[in-house]
Write a protein that binds this ligand. Structure first.
Ligand code: NAD
Ligand code: IPM
Ligand code: MN
Length: 351
């Protein structure tokens, strides 16, 4: 059988730490389930600015385009914060998503039973929470032109076309069919013209999915309800900027940003990345939670039709949490925190 080719993009800060952890897990899965993995590392982000003078070297982009999937750690950090816009590490990731045409960002957040008590929110509010943010990823204010500075100040442009909204709406409705049959579309249609187009378009696409329930929330109200009534959400469909904010907010439900995985789909090569960033405050200490990246690898395996393998990884993660393994971000009260390496060992033992 042909080897599965995965490009690893460790990036900056804790990126290489969570990628190394995930590679250990992937290698064990490949041995256990007898398939061949070809893993190649490529530079991106601040590390690539240092080595290649650009946050997305052509060779990195081309390697991703030629692979079956790509897995990113994280990019960014204080060292590069004063770089001009196009040389910032984050610009490398934005260019890669665009080059891949990865318009659909799937960001699940769920609260495993073992973490109900770890949540900063009341346990009766978070028990059983299982939602999926479907975030439009290569449009909106992140990419709109013009942007820049003038004599008065600075400006960015939020722009969405109907086809851009239509295609992401289809993704959300299709996921709702595989889940609990409900889409909540989040916008700011009381203020923004882009959001009025968003809402009209989502309603029109919904006509093709009469079996799926649809409601609409303004983003400020949605943020409030993510905290006060998270169990009401199934699929949350939203634009690039609102999806970025709401997905970090959804991490407070299980209790740590370090847990959340994501998939960037819809284009050429699918790209998988934990939702968190490079966490400069804990980088290099061996304490980062690797689960967001490991569960991103589970999404990768599932996307490449290694369904049994993906399920084994998810079960192993749940098992380690059930058995009380907690990295520092998850440890509460008298619980002792384990290192990244110890968490990985606990997961691997359960595969
Ligand atoms: P961050 O996500 O890096 O960190 C936010 C907080 O969460 C920090 O306290 C951090 O310690 C904690 N945290 C994050 N991941 C963790 C993990 N795996 N285990 C334990 N704790 C974890 O966000 P930030 O501090 O706002 O940004 C830092 C840098 O990362 C910036 O340069 C930002 O642009 C970049 N960033 C990159 C990505 C990405 O590459 N996909 C995503 C978000 C932010
Ligand atoms: C994320 C990050 C990125 C985003 C940045 C680093 C460009 O915050 O993946 O959530 O805003 O999309
Ligand atoms: Mn973000």
């Amino acid at each position: 059988m042909k080897a599965t080719r995965i490009v690893l993009l460790p990036g900056d800060g804790i990126g290489p730490e969570v990628i190394d952890a995930t590679v250990d897990v992937l290698n064990v899965v490949a041995r256990r389930y007898e398939f061949e993995l070809e893993l190649e590392r490529r530079p991106i982000g601040g590390t690539a600015v240092d080595s290649h003078g650009t946050p997305l070297p052509d060779e990195t982009r081309d390697a991703c385009l030629a692979a079956d999937a790509a897995l990113l750690g994280a990019v960014g950090g204080p060292k590069w914060d004063l770089e001009p816009g196009p040389r910032r590490p984050e610009a490398g990731l934005l260019s890669l998503r665009q080059a891949l045409g990865a318009f659909a960002n799937l960001r699940p957040s769920f609260v495993p039973d073992a973490l109900v008590e770890a949540s900063p929110l009341r346990s009766d509010r978070v028990r059983g929470v299982d939602l999926l943010v479907v975030r439009e990823l290569i449009g909106g204010i992140y990419y709109g032109k013009p942007r820049g500075r003038d004599e008065v100040g600075a400006f960015d442009t939020m722009r969405y076309s109907e086809p851009e909204v239509e295609r992401i709406a289809h993704v959300a409705f299709q996921w709702a069919r595989r889940r609990r049959g409900k889409v909540t579309s989040v916008d700011k249609a009381n203020v923004l013209e882009c959001s009025r187009l968003w809402r009209e378009t989502v309603k029109r696409v919904h006509a093709q999915y009469p079996d799926v329930a649809l409601d609409h929330l303004y983003v400020d109200n949605a943020a409030m309800q993510f905290v006060s009534d998270p169990q009401r959400f199934d699929v949350v469909l939203t634009g690039n900027l609102f999806g970025d904010i709401l997905s970090d907010l959804s991490a407070t439900l299980p209790g740590s940003l370090g847990l959340l995985p994501s998939a960037c789909m819809g284009g050429m090569t699918p790209l998988f990345e934990p939702v968190h960033g490079s966490a400069p405050d804990i980088a290099g200490k061996g304490v980062a939670n690797p689960i967001g990246c490991i569960l991103s690898a589970a999404m990768l395996l599932e996307t490449l039709d290694f369904e049994e393998e993906a399920a084994a990884v998810r079960r192993a993660v749940a098992g380690a949490l059930d058995d009380g393994f907690r990295t520092k971000d998850l440890a509460r009260g008298a619980e002792t925190a384990v290192s990244t390496a110890a968490m990985v060992d606990a997961i691997i033992e359960r595969i």
